[in-house]
Design a protein around this ligand. Sequence first.
Ligand code: C2E
Ligand code: CA
Ligand code: CA
Length: 448
Amino acid sequence: MEIFIITLIIFILYLCITIFNENQKNKLYKLAYIDAITNLGNYYFFCKEGEKLIKHGTYIIILDINKFKTFNRKYGYEIGDKILKNVGQKVKKILNMNDMVCRFSNDVFGLLINHVQDIEKLIENIQDSLKNIKIEEKTYNVYSTIGIYKVSNDNISIKESIDKALIAHDNIKFNYNKNYNIYNEKMEKRLLEEHEIESKMEKALNNNEFIVYYQPKIPLKDNINIEAEALIRWSDDGKIIKPNTFIPVFEKNGFIKKIDIYVYEEVCKLLKELKKYYKKLPIISINVSKENFYVENFISEYVRIANKYEINTNNIELEITESVALDETIDISYVIGKIKEKGFRISIDDFGTGYSSFNMLLDMKIDTIKIDKKFIDCIKKEENNLVNYIIYMAKDLNLKTVAEGVENKMQIDYLKDIGCDIVQGYYYSKPLPKDELKKYIDKFLKNY
Ligand code: C2E
Ligand code: CA
Ligand code: CA
């Protein structure tokens, strides 16, 4: 009997220890692999299980919630957490039982999909379903951006596949009706180039590798002066790189604000130098990226620099693009009002490529519109071209007109006929280094 009781006690003890160990193991497992907020797997779980599921044709997907911080700030963390949980549940419901959704970090989810016919349709379904998430009678509109990688290589690891989905995600061009992007190899190449540019940009600025060129703008009427536009170049190891390769990268990473100020200061220096030669200074225009508009009072820095070089702000025209007007977070009329108060001129660049209307221009106290090259390219002799209407309406609003990218005499004759004020383009001159600009102005004034 005694032996029986002792055996029983030992058995019970063993059982307790085993259960305790199992519980501990479960707890540890949960800590390591399960996300406490959504109850989904986490990044490590995704990698561990994903390695077993991944095969040729698998889709690895990154889903990123837009502006999630705003939800937290506006409604509190409790609601924020509930939104995350709902997102997880909604996605899980749409996926096949054998596919997987995990939460990687704050507002980023990872999906692994093997069972799907039409991936784009599925993605659109997911994005639509998140647009109305109900929590305690209130509806929250959750917008997301999605990067997709379709496994095309049998030897690729799950982690490498996630990286490729991230690359696709990083390359999304914001668009009203398509907020997802499917990976291709070009993206990777572009990303590598972007990294290369980013690794060199600060040093390049300190080493004065950025050079400002100036493209003359020629008046078609007697009472207007010659002007010029400042256009940046990068002299990298003696090779001149045009801005289309690096400006978009700088716009993405914010470095553009430094570059714009740098170009602006170079222009002020040039104007100060030109004061020695000319009684009437040319107006120089400078491109101002949209990113500057997010900086509070950015214009006071511009004024400070103009004062430093004793330049009248009236000699400077700031070129902004129509996209500034599209951003609802910027009170564009107010900012433009401030810029005008300080004496700068303002022009709308690439006019006609965006969404601005003449009405909007009327509200915004603009001085000039620069008609985009695409309208100039399609000018046909003796026809009623679209540019004709643009200039007609601009005149009605008292706006100065500049035609961009003028390349032949026929275009110039036509533009002169319909009353365009100024032309800029290779027909007259390419962008020039500053010493050549001075020569160009001298020659122009002599012939005038
Ligand atoms: P943008 O402001 O529209 O500048 C006009 C572009 O058209 C310039 O290209 C100019 O060289 C080019 N162009 C002028 N005339 C002709 C022509 O007759 N034919 C052709 N095919 N092209 C012509 P660029 O210098 O390569 O600049 C490209 C863009 O980069 C600019 O477009 C502007 O958006 C941006 N950018 C240039 N410099 C700066 C800068 O300092 N700051 C900012 N934020 N952006 C800049
Ligand atoms: Ca421009
Ligand atoms: Ca332009």
